[in-house]
Design a protein around this ligand. Structure first.
Ligand code: GDP
Length: 310
């Protein structure tokens, strides 16, 4: 990719989009048009078409989405389905109309069936029922993948779709109602330590297993795939190992310095029992992640202390 190529990162304020912009800028890319939500509503098809007509980006990364943890996903299926369909439909269609050279669509590991084989290969897509707590989000993401594949088949578009595992890092959402587990537990451990509390409440049984990838690693994988991958077939991006929620909670307490008890709230759902991606395909292309979980959690806690904690 030429460093002066115009690259539009849709969703550049979010966890993923902001990491992509940071990485692109570090690599010397400098033609990155940005619009705040107040300037461009990505769900507004006409506004998005006008924007693409004016800016004519060469490359588009679709990192804009309504995202949330297990509770938000479960409580707001309408918003997760409708907002994500609207955003991705308008951006992908406008990108096609404007003749972009390449588009990268950000999927998610929750597109895979609840009881997919572990680690989950790309071929597991649509081979079984989804996990009910995130079905609305998963259906929207599957529609996005299928739209990209349809543009590829019908119009020869170079639209690729990547499936990241659970992500964390700077600019994550630390709201306890809507966040994912890692950010939620960092905040809970920090607040428990600050209050000198004896207990920290963790949702579910602690038995589910999840894989976590630092968002800086994800950004590096996306740039790598923009350069090297031109297939409409989906490709997984992950760390390669998973841990139980109990182990994650213990690691976070250790990093934060909270030494009280973990208390399990069985009224909250566990969700998918296990989510570990098979990353053989990506590794065979020559990419590997570099940020181990403990180091990534420590760095994210540091960011939280500077940017979120009061
Ligand atoms: P998921 O990967 O789509 O299930 O989304 P989450 O990251 O929200 O949840 C992962 C697992 O962590 C689930 O089993 C949750 O029940 C568990 N968990 C434990 N404590 C928390 C918490 O405080 N917040 C969230 N979001 N999940 C938690």
């Amino acid at each position: 990719m030429d460093k002066s190529e115009k690259i539009f990162v849709a969703g550049h304020h979010g966890l993923v989009g902001s990491a992509l912009v940071r990485r692109l800028e570090q690599e010397g890319f400098h033609n990155l048009p940005k619009r705040d939500r107040s300037q461009l509503d990505l769900a507004d098809e006409r506004a998005v078409h006008n924007f693409f007509g004016e800016e004519k980006p060469a490359i588009v990364i679709v990192a804009a989405a309504r995202v949330g943890g297990i509770k938000a996903n479960n409580d707001y299926p309408v918003e997760f389905l409708l907002d994500n369909l609207r955003i991705q439909n308008s951006v992908i269609y406008a990108a096609h109309k404007a003749g972009v050279r390449k588009l990268l669509f950000m999927g998610s590991s929750c597109i895979y069936p609840k009881f997919a084989p572990q680690p989950i290969p790309e071929t597991a897509l649509l081979n079984g029922p989804l996990e009910p707590t995130n079905e609305a989000y998963a259906i929207a993401k599957i529609a996005g993948i299928k739209l990209c594949q349809a543009f590829s088949r019908e119009y020869g578009a170079n639209f690729i779709s990547v499936m990241p595992t659970n992500l964390y890092g700077p600019n994550d959402n630390f709201d306890l109602e809507t966040s994912h587990v890692l950010a939620a537990l960092l905040r809970k451990a920090h607040e428990a330590k600050s209050r000198k509390a004896r207990e920290l409440v963790v949702w579910g049984s602690g038995k589910p297993r999840r894989e976590f990838l630092h968002v800086t690693d994800l950004a590096s994988a996306c740039l790598f795939l923009l350069e090297k991958y031109d297939s409409p077939e989906i490709i997984n991006i992950g760390w390669g190992e998973d841990i139980s929620i109990r182990e994650l909670a213990e690691l976070i307490c250790d990093v934060v310095g909270f030494d009280g008890e973990l208390v399990w709230d069985a009224t909250k759902p566990d969700g998918t029992p296990r989510k570990l991606l098979d990353t053989t395909k990506l590794r065979a292309l020559g990419w590997q992640p570099t940020i181990p979980l403990r180091q990534g959690v420590a760095q994210t806690y540091d960011w939280f202390l500077k940017n979120v904690a009061g």
